[in-house]
Design a protein around this ligand. Structure first.
Ligand SMILES: [Fe+2]
Ligand SMILES: [Fe+2]
Length: 509
């Protein structure tokens, strides 16, 4: 028999224990084991009740586990919410069921126990105490059922009467702890969903980035898990904790969030100049051709066949050829020296506009964009594109992550840094780059290479993409161990379909 002092001490200890975890699954188990230990019960179970659903969450039977030598696997499942079962009855009425032998409960008169578990496991449920878990508003949110209170000799005895009120009080404490854990789980789920959808929305501003963040997040998590699975080799001593994995998940989803501040025209750019702008140049060239014919008309007799004029025809052919050249150059990803020379030659020409003003055939803006050596972004546009990572840092630093997720911005904002200091925005070298940032960099580059939706380059085949990664390794830009793991374990296989959902999403009852 517990003394009053023992009871107070136990209650205090249970109260503290119940606030020590906010993980729902852990909390469910802890509530049952604490209640069992308080009442010296051999078995205990817990049910939750929400939205009209009664879910059987936890089953513990100490003597059975000892006999079997292991804890039988148990998976939560719903049970019908009605007054036929003891748990259902307590959940619906909020009443306590306290009996010396639960087999004496008569199903014709009220709730009764389901004996199938006992029959299957060779167990005998006898004394029983089933109490509701009521939250601070008095709403029943669950049920705790305790079976077979034991005396010092290991004999089954009835649950003492004086323990019932205390059990109710513990059940209420447990209900509050559960409600708090549930709120926390809901907030975490909500925030993770918000991050995921915000990043998706930023990606989908442009078809050229759509899906990129999702794929990078999926591939980053694949690489991190593969590192954790490595038993030997370069990653044998590295084990990401759950929190480090969670940091990586947030960092990967947020890594390009700064693109929200990059102009759509830059994100979307897939030619050197726009189609409209190219048409303007073509129209000006047409004007030059018209001018040639008008000039010829002025100088020759009207009855002479102008179109047969050899000199004019040759000039017109040249202009047609230049038009085609500009059209091709506009779509091309690389500008060879001879093409650059031809472009400069075309740009040096003039035309007379409708007001009689002589102007350059290609204006400064058009020339700057057409003369880009690689891809189709000018230096200023590259600067703007690269600024996204600084904007990512600013955005992520302003998210008040909890202490255990303090490194999210440091990982997210480093995904364009290279081990040899040639990356941006800070040109950091390897000793300043966390492993999560390095693997995010590999995942980011791999997806940029293999994606078919980039404005400044087409999808590169897998083999060539791997060769490029290896080249980056040889130049000291990427972490060789990560690239090797990605390639050796073929972690990229099927990664494009990864939804990269929040792995810590908690099923809230
Ligand atoms: Fe980026
Ligand atoms: Fe990216």
């Amino acid at each position: 028999m517990l003394t009053s002092e023992d009871k107070i001490k136990s209650l205090n200890r249970i109260g503290i224990a119940l606030t020590s975890t906010t993980k729902l699954a852990e909390l469910f188990e802890m509530i049952v084991s604490e209640c069992r230990s308080f009442t010296n019960a051999d078995a205990g179970s817990l049910y939750t009740l929400e939205d009209g659903k009664l879910i059987f969450r936890v089953a513990q039977t100490e003597s059975l586990e000892k006999r079997l030598g292991y804890k039988p696997p148990f998976k939560a499942f719903p049970i019908p919410l009605n007054k036929k079962s003891v748990a259902g009855y307590v959940a619906l009425t909020g009443e306590i069921i306290h009996v010396d032998d639960c087999y004496e409960l008569d199903p014709a008169k009220g709730p009764a126990v389901d004996r199938s578990f006992d029959q299957k496991m060779g167990y005998r449920s006898k004394s029983m105490l089933t109490v509701p878990m009521s939250d601070d508003k008095g709403t029943v949110i669950g049920v705790i059922q305790l079976i077979n209170s034991m005396d010092e000799k290991g004999e089954i005895i009835p649950f003492p009467d004086d323990i019932v009120d205390l059990m109710l009080s513990i059940a209420s404490q447990a209900a509050v702890a559960l409600t708090n854990a549930k709120y926390l789980a809901e907030i975490k789920n909500l925030f993770a969903a918000f991050v995921r959808f915000s990043a998706t929305a930023v990606d989908e501003r442009s078809p050229h980035t759509a899906g990129h963040t999702r794929r990078v997040a999926g591939l980053s998590m694949r690489i991190a898990k593969a590192i954790n699975e490595e038993q030997e080799g370069k990653f044998a001593d590295i084990q990401f904790s759950d929190q480090e994995l969670e940091e990586l998940w947030f960092a990967a989803w947020l890594h390009d969030i700064g693109k929200i501040a990059v102009k759509e025209a830059v994100l979307e750019k897939n030619t050197r100049i726009s189609k409209d702008r190219l048409c303007w140049i073509i129209t000006r060239m047409q004007t030059i051709m018209d001018g040639l014919e008008i000039e010829a008309l002025k100088n020759k007799n009207l009855d002479e066949e102008i179109l047969d004029n050899e000199e004019i025809n040759s000039k017109k052919e040249q202009i047609y050829s230049d038009m085609q050249f500009l059209d091709k150059l506009n779509k091309s990803g690389f500008l060879p020296d001879e093409d650059e020379a031809r472009l400069k030659d075309i740009a040096s020409r003039v035309y007379t506009d409708y007001e009689g003003e002589v102007k350059s055939l290609i204006d400064d803006f058009e020339f700057r964009n057409l003369v880009v050596k690689r891809g189709n972004l000018t230096d200023e546009e590259w600067k703007e594109m690269r600024s996204h990572v600084v904007k990512t840092r600013t955005i992520v630093q302003n998210i008040p992550f909890t202490a255990e997720l303090a490194n999210v911005s440091n990982i997210a904002a480093r995904h364009h840094e290279m081990l040899n200091g040639t990356g941006y925005p800070d040109g950091l070298t390897q000793e300043h780059l966390p492993l999560q940032a390095r693997l995010l960099a590999v995942a980011d580059i791999f997806d940029a290479l293999t994606a078919s939706d980039r404005p400044y380059k087409k999808a590169i085949p897998l083999e060539k993409s791997i060769a490029i990664l290896r080249d980056d390794v040889s130049r000291g830009r990427l972490d060789e161990r990560i690239v090797n793991l990605l390639v050796d374990k073929k972690l990229y296989e099927g990664h494009k379909e990864d939804q990269a959902e929040y792995p810590w999403k908690i099923e809230v009852f």
